[in-house]
Ligand binder design. Sequence first.
Ligand code: AGP
Length: 371
Amino acid sequence: SAAEKGGHDYFMLKEIEEQPEALANTLRGHFDHGRIVLDEQRIADQDLRDVDKVFVVACGTAYHSGLIAKYAIEHWTRLPVEVELASEFRYRDPVLDRDTLVVAISQSGETADTLEAVRHARGQKARVLAICNTNGAQIPRESDAVLYTHAGPEVGVAATKTFTSQIAANYLVGLALAQARGTKYPDEVAREFAELEAMPAAVQKALSTVDHVRKLGREMADSKAVLFLGRHVGFPVALEGALKLKELAYMHAEGFAAGELKHGPIALIESGLPVVVVMPSPKGRGVLHAKLVSNISEIQARGARTIVIAEEGDDTVRPFADELVEVPAVPTLLQPLVSSVPLQVLAAEIARTRGYDVDKPRNLAKSVTVE
Ligand code: AGP
């Protein structure tokens, strides 16, 4: 009923709007007097100190949350982090031992490929930490420890609030590792620690873009294809934006690392092609910002229609943005939590305008229990 859907015509929009609350639930209980607490019973600080390498394994959207985690965890801890599709991981003979931490991310906790990756890792004596949204599911049951995202049930097949909750849970793992092992960047980590707690409010502000983005979605519904560009943590955000559009709107969509443009994708740019660009903050990593501005000016010069997701007050990007969607300023590593929101709304609205069932896209199941 419309009431169940929070007054919307589909669950996905309700779930997008629930993200501040879902995030608060993911974070709740893990901050204690300036320290991160994961799960005292099952992961001791000593275990975290012994880790010498991290693998993240997952599928689909959960995999994209892992790609984001890599930027944060490597920077904060100086531990090498490899992110791998669960379906590739165990067939590749990865190098694992008891000092390897494997983070298995799964909303459902029942995804067959991720479960098999967990079994493979444990068979090689690695420690496995599950990040999961479903209490008592198979993946957490078979893991050494679990961090539940507590995002609440997600009805839409497309992951939205569980994606941002997974990102937040990954940050908790990264901060816990940094705390147990020490960090090269104590001031930065302290700031990100503090701002992570404030992210539900920032995501609430990002939701003020919904009406504008829905209008853009309606205008873009007849496009043949949409490209998504980003750099640094904006790159996995671009991949996720493209996945959402494929799965919901059955539209050709691809995400690229903006630095790769000249190595091939720029050949796709033609008049009228919508290109969504996820801008980094002009303050945090200014060099990357300047490079992206130059990418946008090039694609705009070739006739593309640029839809730019940028930090509020980022005026340098304005001349190159045919459409500008402003999200709140937050530390660079936390940006995916706010910049993902408009991309979710965009995919849902394009799908709705094209007349598709936003909550139940064709050929897809909410959890994939066969390999
Ligand atoms: C997300 O929109 C997709 N429906 C899909 O990629 C999903 O994230 C993937 O199947 C993994 O599911 P899981 O998190 O339940 O393991």
